[in-house]
Design a protein around this ligand. Structure first.
Ligand code: NZQ
Ligand code: ZN
Length: 384
């Protein structure tokens, strides 16, 4: 096992009817900015629940944070925070609203060019405290210190990580997810699934506990995912998927293991250039990446194939190949396409994507062995 430090300060409140508890989590005299997205919370009753709970509080609002939150929009919220002397941020929505709110929290007190937070990993000295009410299980942002922000003007999608932007609390009421369109439900299942594989399908460092924790999440997603798609108001299944997504990226299963994240880095570029949903990009890149990296990942792929998909026929290579096929078939079975061709995307940007990642001084994968040439090869495997 590799050395690790684990600290997760997020107070997690889970279950039916829990949104009302927000009133006790933020002191009354605190000036709050409530942030949200394009309006889903006004259609599914979440907005009313939050407003009712915070009746006695001093709340200003900032709506309109886009999926793949836009830098320029977030800068407007930063100005509002300064003008209104906001002391606490309450994000109500999916990963984009939460990530956007983390950026706002960090940017308000950041002197200098705020793009440096994302472009140069400029250190964050101070952040406004924040809390979340999650409506879309997918990213794990409700229980981690990461944030991903897009800047469409530059066709960029970048991230930053800071312990100062862990939410103080996150409220997860599975009933808020009943209104999700199937596309977003499926995206969320794929995202959580791939968060696990990024931390599990690498190389063996003797971590049987973490492996089985990862496998538990994968198996639960495979069982419960199709249930929520077939029955969007199945509370039990929604609750299980929601808890899986949080567990997939609250850093617990990443303790002491080798981590990959190449699928995410390449996927982010597909969103930056083509606007695909985050989950859609992962469903395309993961099977291609696993195929390309089948040799260095062989031992874990065989374990995954045997334990998750019951692949036992043939030699190790055949088991690994079968496991990758099963993974791809699972994504397709929940209506997430797995090829660029499905979105009529060709190879025009492959060199630009690879060049850009390399220009940031990054080599990808758990062995830092995926460079420019390999990124292009992986993207070729994504085509059809
Ligand atoms: O904007 P509104 O109107 O709220 O609608 C949203 C949006 O259109 C809608 N939605 C959310 N909850 C709903 C709902 N519609 C009906 N009922 C509900 N209960 O869903 C759409 C997508 O929302 P979004 O927040 O964009 O989705 P998601 O949670 O998948 O977040 C994606 C973003 O998170 C980043 C991604 O890159 C992407 O920018 N990620 C963040 C991570 C992190 N912070 O740790 C890790 C991830 O790997 C990921 O990169
Ligand atoms: Zn993700």
């Amino acid at each position: 096992m590799l050395n690790f430090t684990y600290q997760n300060p997020v107070k997690l409140i889970f279950g039916k009817g829990t949104i009302a508890q927000v009133k006790d989590l933020i002191p009354k005299q605190t000036k709050i900015l409530m942030t949200y997205g394009g309006g889903s919370i006004k259609k599914n009753g979440v907005y009313e629940q939050v407003k009712a709970a915070l009746q006695g509080h001093n709340v200003v609002e900032f709506g309109g944070i886009e999926p793949n939150p836009e830098y320029e929009t977030l800068l407007k919220a930063v100005e509002l925070c300064k003008k209104e002397k906001v002391e606490f941020l309450l994000a109500v929505g999916g990963g984009s609203v939460i990530d956007g709110t983390k950026f706002i929290a960090a940017a308000v007190h950041f002197a200098g060019n705020k793009w440096d937070i994302l472009d140069k990993f400029a250190p964050i000295q101070r952040a406004i405290p924040l809390g979340c009410i999650l409506t879309l299980p997918a990213t794990g942002s409700e229980m981690n210190g990461g944030s991903v922000v897009s800047r469409r003007e530059l066709e960029e999608k970048r991230f930053f990580i800071s312990p100062l932007v862990f939410p103080q609390f996150s409220i997860l009421d599975p009933e808020t997810t009943f209104s999700l369109p199937n596309r977003q439900t499926s995206n969320g299942i794929v995202d959580a699934f791939v968060h696990v594989t990024e931390q599990y399908l690498t190389y063996d460092v003797n971590t049987p506990l973490q492996d089985r924790q990862a496998e538990a999440i994968l198996m639960t997603l495979i069982e419960e995912g199709p249930k929520v798609l077939a029955h969007p108001k199945d509370y039990g299944a929604r609750a299980n998927v929601m808890w899986c997504a949080t567990q997939a990226l609250n850093e617990l299963i990443g303790c002491g293991v080798a981590q990959d994240w190449a699928t995410h880095m390449i996927g982010h570029e597909l969103t930056a250039f083509y606007g695909l949903d985050h989950g859609q990009t992962l469903a395309i890149v993961l099977p291609a990446l696993l195929t390309h990296q089948i040799q260095p990942k062989l031992k874990k792929l065989v374990q995954y194939g045997r334990r998750i998909w019951n692949c036992n026929q043939g030699n190790e290579l055949e088991i690994a190949k079968a496991a990758i096929q099963k993974t791809e078939a699972f994504f397709q079975s929940i209506q997430v396409p797995t090829k660029l061709q499905d979105y009529k995307i060709g190879n025009e940007k492959f060199e630009a994507i690879a060049q850009r990642i390399v220009n940031r001084g990054m080599k990808l994968g758990e062995h830092q062995a995926i460079g420019q040439k390999e990124i292009v090869e992986i993207l070729q495997l994504c085509l059809k």
